[in-house]
Design a binder for this molecule. Structure first.
Ligand SMILES: Nc1ncnc2c1ncn2[C@@H]1O[C@H](COP(=O)(O)OP(=O)(O)OP(=O)(O)O)[C@@H](O)[C@H]1O
Length: 239
């Protein structure tokens, strides 16, 4: 299998602060399912930002989709970003658009005709249990409902890479399982999935997933990651 993401001696600092990520060397295989774990402040969101190109590394090299992006011109980034579905920790829904229009956004940006938007958006909203909330605007939705709209928006376009930051942080256990099924269905269709989570029960649901464990901004010995580690292949770490 070929790599969809490759990090080579990557470090990241914000402004003039200390490095919040350091010495990251790993590759994610195309079609893999990865959980990113680690204590609060370990650098999970920062690592995801490197993946979805909201940050550039301050050191080292990042390859995405087989291409070097560390020093790619800014104008080249939107083309990469269109291939990535992102579930932000704080959702980032567009407040003045309905749930339907938020979910439809990636399809419309990609140039789909309105005839091709209606059915998939309705189907996706039904899948996340929001069929009857399609005309609601984000400020009138609960945190869990907003999170589900954000997930529907991230997956509607069948991205090549799905990056999700604590995607089940605001939903109950049943919905968390349902959302995990959505991610696995997408993964079976070929999407590489990276999910940052503290939710051990979610990880246990996916014994075939790979694990990435961050502590203090760097990857740690995976054997120390969980008291009862699932039977996984750990992420391939280059040395
Ligand atoms: N924009 C920023 N400017 C400066 N420092 C930042 C910024 N974003 C994050 N940090 C710092 O980087 C470190 C890693 O933060 P990050 O949000 O990546 O951790 P995390 O593992 O996702 O935490 P959590 O599980 O609480 O979301 C922290 O020390 C944090 O204070």
């Amino acid at each position: 299998m070929s790599a969809i993401v490759e990090f080579d001696s990557v470090g990241l600092r914000y402004g003039t602060g200390a490095e919040v990520l350091r010495d990251l060397n790993f590759r994610l295989q195309k079609g893999g399912f990865y959980f990113l774990t680690g204590p609060s402040g370990a650098g999970k969101t920062s690592l995801l930002k490197l993946l979805y190109l909201a940050q550039r590394p301050t050191r080292g090299r990042v390859q995405l989709f087989g291409e070097e992006i560390s020093d790619a011109p800014r104008a080249a980034l939107p083309e990469f970003r269109r291939r990535i579905g992102i579930v932000y920790q704080d959702f980032r829904l567009i407040r003045h658009l309905s749930a339907f229009d938020n979910v439809a956004l990636p399809l419309r940006i990609a140039g789909s005709s309105e005839a091709d938007v209606e059915a998939p958006v309705r189907e996706m909203l039904a899948w996340v249990g929001l069929a009857d909330r399609s005309s609601a605007r984000p400020p009138t939705l609960s945190g869990g409902e907003q999170q589900r709209v954000a997930i529907a928006r991230a997956v509607i376009n069948r991205p090549q890479l799905l990056v999700a930051d604590e995607p089940t942080g605001n939903v109950d256990a049943d919905m968390a399982q349902r959302l995990l099924h959505l991610f696995t269905a997408l993964n079976r269709l070929g999407t590489t999935v990276v999910v940052a989570t503290h939710d051990i029960s979610l990880i246990k649901e996916m014994p075939g997933a790979h694990m990435i464990r961050l502590e203090g901004g760097t990857m740690v010995d995976p054997t120390g990651a969980l008291k009862n580690p699932p039977q996984t292949g750990w992420v391939e770490v280059q040395r």
